[in-house]
Design a protein around this ligand. Structure first.
Ligand code: 3BY
Ligand code: FES
Ligand code: FE
Length: 401
């Protein structure tokens, strides 16, 4: 008998083979993904520098949960369920901004940034505002990265923060700003988006702009043979300059840090390989520091180069629809048009993202065919995809058993 439960589908998957069709298509799997991954683990929400002062806020939609993230009067970053305690209207409806209080647009219930209801008109005697405090969402912060978790009892954040911070901190993440953001809606399941990201097997055929500077070689990402002498010399030089660089990976595979050299002495993901910004993020004094790569499942991958950084944030909008937000990060005192040119900075990843969006969408169409059957992974080029799928299957098996 064919089983269609999430666990049954996962058990059907052969090691080092793509996953069965319904893992991407079924409502039940999507609900299980939300419940056991998106609502149970830490999700990247934005950067601390996007909340520059008390009163700053950003909002996000995490599955069915609208969330608002604020910087309080005391300067602390907090997150709340963005749903009014009166009749449920979303309190904060803008993507980002700044205001003295959180005022619900429906009937003007007003909350301070500590979540206290401080104004509600015409509620009569006996109404006690202290009973209508906003509900907090857990926040974890590491090296400018704000993560949120809507679980009642969030899993440990400290292990990730302790592994990630030494890698990212030398790039001075607290002194960055967002130079540019792009939001793309991809008609594909979120797992297809991450699978696509975790291999460069598709790069030769699809990413001419990226391949000017990005080395399509598994030996550099800690997923293939690791003893290439020039790679070792690169890693040694970076580490001697105080930049942790050698592969570090979570014991369950949910997050990973590693540094790679860029191609042809390039220092940035630009069309000419030259820096896009006339500043350095790091103070290592090492000429070529390549790119620090970090991912955290289920929703972010990141690149830190000498002159700028890129953060990618994925959020599911439905079982076959995913939002991808790309942020280009530059030193906060860099001035557009003077210290960097926006086109030079963004053109490679604009092209790459558009190419990847197409790949994901075509993959969703192909996987949706009743005729689709999973195929085997390359034993040299798709170790990263396999690592993601192994993590996913192991995580879901633990959660559902
Ligand atoms: O998309 C990424 O982040 C990685 C780097 C280049 C292509 N891909 C494997
Ligand atoms: Fe927010 Fe009425 S629903 S004030
Ligand atoms: Fe790609």
């Amino acid at each position: 008998m064919t089983t269609t439960s999430t666990l049954g589908l996962i058990q059907q998957r052969k090691p080092r083979w793509a996953m069965p069709r319904d893992v991407y298509l079924s409502d039940e799997v999507y609900q299980d993904d939300l419940k056991h991954i998106w609502y149970a683990t830490w999700v990247f929400a934005g950067h601390t520098f996007e909340l520059p002062k008390p009163g700053s806020f950003i909002t996000m939609q995490l599955g069915d949960y609208p969330i608002v993230i604020v910087r309080t009067k005391a300067g602390v970053i907090k997150a709340y369920h963005n749903s009014c305690k009166h009749r449920g209207h979303r309190i904060c409806t803008e993507e980002k901004g700044s205001s003295a209080m959180l005022v619900c647009p429906y009937h003007r219930w007003t909350y301070d940034y500590d979540g206290q209801l401080v104004f509600a008109s015409s509620m009569g005697a006996g109404f006690d505002p202290s009973e209508f405090k906003l509900d907090e969402v857990a926040v974890g912060i590491a090296a400018s990265y704000i993560y949120v978790c809507v679980a009642d009892t969030p899993p440990d954040f400290g292990t990730f923060a302790a592994m990630m911070t030494p890698f990212v901190a030398p790039h001075n993440p607290d002194d960055l700003k967002v130079a540019h953001t792009s939001t793309s809606i991809e008609e594909g399941n979120w797992k297809l988006v991450f699978e696509n990201n975790r291999e460069c097997f598709h790069c030769d055929a699809n990413h001419p702009e990226l391949l000017r500077t990005y080395e399509e070689n598994n030996a550099v990402s800690g997923l293939g043979g690791d003893d290439d002498p020039s790679l070792m010399a690169f890693l040694d030089a970076c580490e001697a300059g105080g930049l942790p660089s050698r592969l570090a990976i979570d014991e369950r595979g949910q997050f990973r840090m590693t540094r790679i050299p860029l191609l042809n002495q390039a220092s940035s993901y630009t069309m000419d390989g030259k820096p896009a910004v006339n500043r350095r993020l790091d103070t290592s004094g090492v000429d070529e520091i390549g790119a620090l790569l970090y991912f955290h499942y289920p929703n972010t991958w990141n690149h830190f180069m000498a002159d700028h950084a890129l953060s990618f944030q994925m959020l599911p909008l439905g079982k076959g629809k995913t939002q991808l937000v790309t942020r280009w990060l530059v030193p906060k005192d860099a001035v557009e048009g003077v210290d960097y040119d926006l086109k030079h900075l963004t053109e490679v990843w604009y092209a790459t993202n558009a190419q990847d969006k197409r790949l994901v969408e075509e993959c969703q169409i192909g996987v949706s065919s009743p005729h689709y059957t999973p195929g085997p992974y390359s034993d040299t080029e798709e170790n990263g995809v396999c690592q993601f799928v192994d993590w996913y299957c192991a995580h879901m098996t633990r959660a559902l058993s």
